[in-house]
Design a protein around this ligand. Structure first.
Ligand SMILES: Nc1ncnc2c1ncn2[C@@H]1O[C@H](COP(=O)(O)OP(=O)(O)OP(=O)(O)O)[C@@H](O)[C@H]1O
Ligand SMILES: [Mg+2]
Length: 576
């Protein structure tokens, strides 16, 4: 998955990658050349006392160093550019994929995990690409080139290379192998922390109201401790790694000096060759170390890539038709035909065999006890969920065959749990129609009885915080109604949208709405009988079925369930 992902996302940046390869190549070759120049100065210049030779070779050395530094810097620059671009594209990919998810997929992954996957996981992959570009070319060339150069300097000492390199390899490899499973655990622990933190922040009011801080704090502590434990385990392996590497490097240095010194004493080797050999050995070991560091990042990045891949591969359960049907007319007629539906994982259906028609110019009201399936029913029209069996038709065409755009243009929903986005009031209202003039927004606010906005200091430009938490529940509800009005749809779905309003405002709002929605299909889910008594048809729901239907007067005669609802409200009014 990691390879597939990186290959796919790095392709557009191939020129950068090639530049990095060339630059790293140049820089590594230059680095390999330096010790041998150094040896020449010592063995030929210094020993012969040839000052000219020293100066000339010194100048060459300076030039080579310059090339090495310049190409290394340029290589890192282009490498970073490519790696960051890959990260950006990957994040974008995840974001757009998640935006196409229906409630079902979000539930499956869990919102916190989706957030980690889009941020931290992408960062790990991006980091690996960066390291890969910096080391992948340099490390092997440095290693192989170093060995060749070292052997050329002195064949007799080369056994030191064959001993120290495998030793380093084994030590670092063992630690990497130990680290791998820990990294996998680490990513899930980060998910856990994200989850607890997110729930606490969004639920902060409830936490305060019920004095749940100690409990929440302990829950967070638990997640935090788990992450700390894993991180500590990782850290303790790292702690081992650096001394282990250091020890091998120093032992190798000591061995070179010891055995090399013996050879110099015996006149079998020159001092310059000895220093060059030492430098080459160190270069080789550093290259091996870089390689293993890379290797160490691979498992973690692989875990992350897999998690990202899961998101990218997920097939949204609700997808657009490939060849959408365009309905002949756009009146907004709604029909449910034998619709049944069960939530994923649930056994009992929430809706069974629901059939009804809602015509343009009419108001259809839905009443029923809580949990009877009203919100579920309403959410099928904008395809928040698809029917398990049966059909939901809009203007005679099943919604599954309509383009998403076509549906959103015709249907506006005021959800039971109103949600506003961070930004200004105007920004929120223009969701339905980005080109709406300020005048239209004011008009919609007036109809929705949300004029309070205009009395605020900044009017339409007043700030709304994420979720709309800086306005009251009732205000939020009315703003959501205004948002639906601005869209000027053919079908209005009001899911319990008048519940937070006092009786007088409710009445005024409905009177104003009536003229606005004269030609549209209006579907109202409501608790209060007063809200729906004028509706053209009332559907009474119970346990996911429509048990009775008719007008207020008809139902009062025929429907015991409806009578019960009415009676309970009259009794409540009397109490009041
Ligand atoms: N996302 C979900 N996943 C699983 N089950 C759900 C989900 N949403 C609702 N349900 C279940 O479906 C049933 C109907 O829920 P629904 O929200 O449609 O009721 P409702 O009639 O709108 O109630 P209310 O009057 O309280 O708004 C409930 O029993 C509920 O437990
Ligand atoms: Mg509901």
């Amino acid at each position: 998955m990691l390879i597939k992902l990186v290959r796919h996302y790095a392709r557009p940046y191939l020129p950068y990658v090639l530049a990095v390869v060339v630059l790293q190549l140049a820089s590594t070759i230059a680095a390999l050349y330096l010790p041998s120049l150094n040896a020449q100065i010592i063995d030929e210049g210094v020993s012969r006392g040839d000052t000219d030779y020293i100066w000339n070779t010194g100048a060459v050395m300076l030039g080579v160093s310059f090339v090495q530094v310049a190409t290394a810097i340029a290589g890192v620059y282009f490498g970073s550019k490519a790696a960051m671009a890959v990260g950006r594209d990957l994040r974008r990919g995840v974001f757009h994929k998640v935006a196409g998810f229906s409630a079902r997929e979000v539930n499956e992954f869990g919102a916190p995990s989706l957030i980690t996957r889009g941020t931290n996981d992408v960062q790990q992959v991006q980091m690996l690409v960066l390291m890969g570009l910096n080391f992948m070319v340099a490390a092997p060339i440095m290693c192989v080139g170093g060995i060749i150069m070292a052997v050329r300097e002195d064949l007799q000492l080369s056994w030191l290379v064959w001993v120290s390199v495998p030793a380093l390899f084994v030590v670092v490899g063992f630690l990497v192998w130990k680290l791998m499973p820990l990294f996998r655990t680490m990513q899930t622990k980060i998910d856990g922390i994200n989850g607890v933190l997110r729930e606490q922040i969004t639920g902060i009011r409830v936490v305060r109201a019920f004095v749940r801080e100690p409990y929440e704090a302990s829950r967070f502590d638990k997640s935090n401790r788990e992450l700390t434990d894993v991180s500590l385990a990782v850290g303790s392996l790292f702690v081992l790694m650096f001394p282990a590497i250091g020890m091998i490097l120093h032992l190798a240095t000591a061995a070179v000096l010891w055995f090399g010194g013996l050879r110099v004493d015996a006149g079998q080797m020159q001092v310059g060759a000895l220093t060059a050999f030492l430098q080459y050995l160190l270069q080789i070991l550093v290259a091996v170390m870089m390689g293993t560091f890379m290797a160490m990042m691979i498992p973690r990045a692989a875990v992350c890539a897999e998690r990202i891949g899961e998101v990218l591969k997920a097939v949204p359960s609700i997808h657009e038709p490939e060849r959408p049907t365009v309905p002949a007319e756009a009146a907004g007629a709604v029909e449910f035909r034998n619709v049944s539906f069960a939530y994923p994982g649930a056994e009992a259906p929430v809706l069974s065999n629901v059939s009804f028609t809602a015509r343009p110019g009419q108001t259809t009201a839905i009443v029923g006890s809580t949990g009877s399936g009203k919100s579920t029913l309403v959410s099928m029209l904008p395809r928040l969920f698809d029917a398990g069996s049966g059909e939901v038709l809009l203007d005679g065409v099943p919604v599954t065959e309509l383009a998403r755009e076509e549906i959103t243009r015709r249907v506006a929903i005021v959800p039971q749990r109103p949600y506003l986005f961070s930004g200004t009031i105007a920004h929120n209202l223009r969701f339905g129609d980005p080109d709406a003039a300020d005048e239209e927004l004011r008009d919609a606010l007036a109809v929705a009885q949300a004029d309070f906005v205009l009395e605020q200091e900044h009017g339409l430009e007043s700030r709304v915080s994420q979720g709309g938490t800086n306005v009251s529940g009732g205000q939020r509800q009315r703003l959501c109604i205004a948002r639906a009005l601005v869209a000027k749809p053919k079908v209005y779905l009001f899911d319990d949208s008048f519940s937070a309003l006092d009786v007088a405002t409710d009445a005024r709002l409905r009177a104003a709405l009536k003229t606005r929605t004269k030609d549209a299909t209006v579907i109202i889910v409501a608790q209060r009988v007063a809200t729906i008594r004028d509706a053209d048809q009332i559907l009474v729901m119970e346990h996911g079925q429509i048990v009775d239907r008719g007008t207020h007067e008809e139902l009062l005669e025929t429907s015991p369930t409806y009578q019960e609802i009415v009676e309970s409200q009259i009794a409540a009014e009397e109490v009041a």
